[in-house]
Ligand binder design. Structure first.
Ligand code: ADP
Ligand code: MG
Length: 202
């Protein structure tokens, strides 16, 4: 799990997990408990004391509704796969709350992938992303950022799990059909890169 989740899990183990049923858990602790209850149901909390052994009032807390930025890449639009890929998102409980088809400029692609500027594949990646139209979209749902990463599959389709979008559709490690934000910070930044708040209709 990402470091942030572990930090929040520790906060829960030290604090909120010790509360008796009916206790009011406030502020940071309540948020940590909320994240922990969601994480526990997904994959089990490290260190014990929570997860399936968590007090009932933590198990009943729903997963956080999130939004994440998704891109259907040029290899997907070229093969007319937008509907098939969207069906996988919807089947996984993700809701498309904003969507636009566009052709990225060189400048937009370089700015969007700015974090990868120093990587050896940067130039090729930018060329690929401007090689045809893309579909940018905001996906919404319970735990949407991690859920979308799970549904996408590993970056290299050779390593992607069965049933994931990249296993089903990707052509290569570069032409891998989809992009998805990898953290809440990235999601906020990437959604703002393409969409105004008024264009997102949940
Ligand atoms: P992900 O999209 O799974 O988050 P990264 O953020 O590491 O993966 O990389 C961004 C994109 O760069 C990938 O989706 C893929 O299109 C491309 N890419 C990543 N690694 C390579 C590589 N080794 N060779 C070519 N392209 C790559
Ligand atoms: Mg990435």
């Amino acid at each position: 799990a990402p470091a942030g989740v572990h930090a929040q899990l520790r906060a829960v183990q030290q604090g909120a997990a010790g509360h008796a049923e009916g206790d009011v858990v406030e502020g940071q602790q309540a948020h940590a408990a909320y994240v922990c209850a969601a994480a526990a149901r997904r994959k089990g909390c490290p260190g014990g004391g929570v997860g399936l052994n968590a007090p009932q009032h933590l198990q009943d807390i729903p997963m956080a509704t999130e939004r994440t930025l998704s891109i259907l890449k040029p290899d997907a639009t070229r093969r007319n796969l937008t509907g098939k890929i969207n069906a996988v998102f919807e089947g996984a409980g993700l809701r498309i709350v904003a969507q636009r088809r566009l052709h990225l400029s060189q400048q937009q692609a370089e700015a969007f992938y700015g974090a990868h500027r120093e990587r050896g594949f940067f130039k090729d990646l930018v060329s690929f992303m401007v090689s045809g139209p893309v579909v940018v979209q905001v996906l919404e749902g319970a735990d949407a950022i991690a859920q979308n990463r799970k549904v996408m599959g590993a970056t290299n389709p050779a390593n992607a799990d069965a049933g994931t979008i990249r296993k089903l559709f990707a052509e290569s490690i570069e032409a891998n059909s989809v992009h998805g934000s990898d953290s809440p910070e990235a999601a906020a930044h990437e959604i703002g890169f393409f969409f105004a708040g008024t264009e997102i209709v949940g």
